[in-house]
Design a protein around this ligand. Sequence first.
Ligand code: ZN
Length: 211
Amino acid sequence: MRNILYAIFFALMTTSCNQKFTAEESATIHAGEREIMYVLSVTESPDSTILRQKSLPISEQMVQSEDFTLLRRRMLATVQDPENEGVGIAAPQVGISRQMVAVQRFDKEGEPFEFFINPEIVERIGEKKAGGEGCLSVPEIRGDVERWQTIRLRYRDEQFVEHEELIEGFTAVIFQHELDHLDGHIYTEKAEKMLTPEELEELMAAQEEDE
Ligand code: ZN
């Protein structure tokens, strides 16, 4: 019995640590002629199914692969597309159901985009506050969502080293939005109400006065 358990344990360890991107994932990472990737939209039914899936973890072997380097580069180009610009993007939005997000660090000098592998929120601190949100995968509309203002994030960096970090303010909100994507959730499920662009502008102006 013990031997069987060991065999199962090692089989599980091997599959989770040494897993590569699947052939299908690799094809998606390489698809298209432009650097900017196709962004899945909730308005397209096959896309919506993928966006509602729970993402799988990324292995160390994946992070070290050429596919990862290409996916990282293309996700960055995609979130910075002048025609559909965002402040964050999750891998499922480009058709890869894996736990990886890029977030613009408004809390750091130069506001760089950074990548986070297998991220999870391990602590939610303080109070929730409502703020306007949009999503690259939800065309045109915006919503008013309540988010924690401080979170503690555990993640692996691009060398697969584990970190924990306290993140505050708007950057913390972006993380919550992007991590929801990894669980198959879209912000519209949490929005108290959807806003027209005019109402959003009023809300943003009111928030600026608060600060
Ligand atoms: Zn989104």
